[in-house]
Design a protein around this ligand. Structure first.
Ligand code: ATP
Ligand code: MG
Length: 384
């Protein structure tokens, strides 16, 4: 019996007139995630079907589909010709050994000689006589066997429902630029926004040679994790070495992190506009560290001129973020002990509540515009 995978979508159906567009993007994303694996995708009355794959690749396909946003649930089904004996054979093989069950039939093929109720009753009855450890419970069954009689003369039979990744198809909610550090938070922030359908590109700031090449590899690995959810990803890498040296040489040490953050934001906004991104995304969480007090956030926020900044983790505790990080497969990479540029020239006592007047006085001691354009020139872009 041939196996097929039935994919049901999430909120896409809510999108009224845009439905066609959402479905198209969703279909393309499914295809991209299964690139290189033999299969065929078909759209059928509000669902997608994956067919014609090698049975021993089922697990791998399901793992890929688990990362496609927009999938509400999926089932692995058996496809048989629409004949009662064949349907029964399939039902028997998906049926559990014992417990209470019911059979639910959906019949698109109105020409078939039995209606849905009759099909359910007959298959249920045959299953009962074949196994004395089963009983029917139509109100509160332990499991359900679904029979889907299609118009093309085939029937799908299944007894499982798996939860999909949820969210919206990536590419249906614009584009954002994620500030990706090597830490735990920013990959989680990117994942959350991609889940809402946004296309993500990443920007990473390093201060090589103060930070080493392993730190860079770590960020590349994190970008690759995100790329599995977002159908590929671009990573822009920018050097802030000279900026940090200039701050270190000329400004009050306590303001290193605050000033660096403001540079990152300014550079990120320029890159975002250049690549057509409509917002900036960070992994900031209120009060988590000195630079993330509301005063710290205000200081970095105030250099942004045009774009909104999304901070999806703002109200999350660290343990909630860690749990998400583990779930998306980023945690083990994030905790590798390589330095981030924020720890270079790190003062003993970073300012916790920076005020704008002092910040501006400190910035007046260096050539901000020149340093920004220098940093922009160091941009290197990688594709995953
Ligand atoms: P993360 O775990 O994401 O590194 P964090 O708890 O270490 O976050 P900070 O170091 O204060 O927090 O960084 C706050 C946010 O600023 C990060 O989530 C990220 O979006 C951005 N950021 C920090 N450092 C960098 C960097 N080197 N390159 C790009 N973005 C960065
Ligand atoms: Mg960090």
């Amino acid at each position: 019996m041939e196996k097929v995978i039935i994919i049901r979508y999430s909120e896409i159906h809510l999108k009224g007139k845009n439905r066609g567009y959402f479905e198209r993007v969703f279909g393309i994303n499914i295809e991209k995630s299964l690139k290189g694996i033999k299969h065929e995708v078909r759209r059928r009355s509000g669902r997608y079907l994956i067919e014609c794959f090698e049975e021993n690749q089922t697990e791998m396909i399901l793992q890929k589909l688990n990362k496609v946003f927009g999938i509400h649930s999926y089932s692995v089904a058996l496809k048989v010709p629409t004949q009662m004996d064949r349907i029964f054979e399939a039902a028997k093989s998906v049926c559990r050994d014992c417990g209470s069950f019911k059979v639910e039939t959906h019949r698109a093929d109105k020409t078939f000689h039995l209606n849905s109720m009759e099909i359910s009753a007959e298959i249920g009855g045959r299953l009962l006589s074949a196994n004395k450890n089963l009983k029917v419970d139509v109100h509160n069954p332990q499991f359900v066997i679904d029979i889907d009689v299609r118009e093309d003369g085939t029937t799908l039979v299944f007894g499982n429902y798996y939860k999909g990744a949820g969210g919206m198809p990536v590419g249906t909610a614009g584009k954002g630029l994620l500030l990706l550090s090597g830490g735990i938070d920013s990959p989680v922030a990117g994942h959350m926004i991609a889940k809402r359908g946004m296309n993500i590109e990443c920007i990473h700031f390093h201060s090589y040679p103060y930070t080493n090449l392993q730190a860079r590899d770590k960020v590349i690995e994190l970008a690759k994790v995100l790329s599995e959810y977002s159908c590929g990803i671009k990573l822009h890498i920018i050097s802030v070495t000279h900026i940090q040296e200039e701050i270190h040489k000329n400004c009050n040490a306590e303001y290193m992190v605050t000033l660096l953050r403001r540079f990152m934001m300014r550079i990120a906004e320029k890159v975002a506009i250049k690549i057509g991104a409509q917002c900036i995304i960070t992994g900031e969480s209120l009060g988590q560290v000195a630079s993330q007090t509301i005063e710290g956030i205000t200081a970095s926020n105030s250099v942004i001129e045009k774009l909104p900044i999304l901070r999806p983790l703002c109200g999350f505790d660290k343990d909630e973020i860690i749990e998400r990080s583990r779930n998306i497969g980023a945690f083990d990479i994030s905790i590798q002990p390589y330095e981030d540029c924020c720890t270079v020239f790190l003062p003993k006592h970073p300012v916790i509540k920076p005020d704008l007047k002092t910040i501006e006085e400190e910035e007046a001691k260096i050539d901000v515009e020149k340093l920004i354009s220098e940093a922009l020139n160091s941009r290197e872009t990688l594709n995953f």
